[in-house]
Design a protein around this ligand. Structure first.
Ligand code: PEP
Ligand code: MN
Length: 323
């Protein structure tokens, strides 16, 4: 059972009232207020009695461990773009990382001409090897935003460290949490406190329940909303980079009514599988796609083999009727 405290009420007073009735509780504090979780060994007290305690906002007996995720609307507005159940599929595209101004300008033009709504590109890159290019940081955020504005696009980009969240929020409409950080709870809280919506990529080893709980962390700390992004989980077969879990996509969109998009690029790891995986993702109920494109994939600083060259990106958008 979860007991939420009214804004402005004294949580300590509410907790004393609860313990006076034989309830063992612990407090959970987020940007949206204080709540008490009632431990299972507490006394059984009628709910009506608990609801009458001064300062109690609501008493929830929902068995769900992620009530804020459950309460998310199935479709919401992200910087003027509707995303979720019943809305047209959204296209997010761009390079893996922002390499220079010309590269991101060229990418923005490709995405806009293909009918995309969001420009992606990493300014802070999580790299498996410490010797790989890790992004240009704030200058890249500036180039990304300028390129997006010039072509009427919104910006989605990753925050890597809690201390970068503020600057990322200045330039991004939607903040990406990368798969390696899905359970970096300090980062989730810092990003959520900027109040931007979050694009939460699934960790390569997370269960759906862990993914939902990570989203709950974001919502408890004030994120405007969470969009789930399936990008493949770790399989046993190296033929594809990651195993695209379309069952999880259908579960989220059709059963749990959560906004969910698919990243076929990091799932496949190779450009020849992007189109079939994109089709499968939309058929499974995805509300959008996040696809890497690069003006010159052969010379990309990261993820070149999976990046679509501009003509292929445009052809894909046309084939999927996203253009
Ligand atoms: C990315 O979007 O470029 C990225 C690093 O993705 P992921 O976190 O899914 O590996
Ligand atoms: Mn990438």
């Amino acid at each position: 059972m979860i007991i939420t405290v009214k804004r402005g009420a004294d949580p300590a007073r509410v907790q004393r009232e609860l313990s006076g009735r034989g309830l063992w509780t612990h407090a959970v504090e987020g940007e949206t207020g204080v709540a008490f979780v009632v431990e299972p060994h507490s006394m059984a007290v009628p709910l009506a009695q608990l609801r009458r305690i001064e300062g109690v906002q609501a008493v929830s007996t929902s068995p769900s461990a992620h009530p804020k995720v459950d309460a998310q609307p199935p479709v919401f507005d992200v910087a003027g773009v509707r995303l979720g159940e019943g809305a047209p599929a959204v296209l997010m595209g761009g390079p893996c990382c922002v390499e220079d101004e010309a590269q991101i300008q060229a990418s923005a033009q490709v995405v806009a001409e293909a009918g995309g709504q969001f420009l992606r590109g990493g300014a802070y890159k999580p790299r498996t090897s410490p010797y790989s290019f890790a992004g240009h940081g704030e200058p890249a955020l500036r180039w990304l935003r300028q390129a997006a504005e010039r072509h009427g696009l919104r910006v989605v980009t990753e925050a890597l460290r809690p201390e970068d969240s503020g600057v990322v929020a200045e330039y991004a409409h939607l903040i990406q949490i990368g798969s390696r950080n899905m359970q970096n709870f300090a980062l989730l809280a810092a990003v959520a406190k900027t109040r931007r919506p979050v694009l939460l990529k699934r960790s390569g080893s997370a269960t759906v329940e862990e993914w939902l709980l990570a989203a709950e962390h974001c919502l408890v700390h004030g994120a405007a909303g969470v969009i789930f992004c399936e990008r493949g989980i770790r399989g046993f077969d190296p033929s594809v980079r990651n195993l695209l879990d379309l069952g999880a996509v259908s579960l989220l969109s059709q059963v749990l009514h959560q906004p969910v998009i698919v990243d076929p690029s990091h799932s496949a790891g190779r450009r020849d599988l992007i189109e079939p995986l994109s089709r499968a993702a939309l058929a499974a109920g995805a509300h959008g796609l996040l696809i890497e494109t690069h003006p010159d994939p052969a010379n990309a600083q990261s993820d070149g083999p999976q990046a679509l060259p501009p003509p292929a990106f445009a052809a894909l958008a046309r084939a999927l009727r996203l253009a």
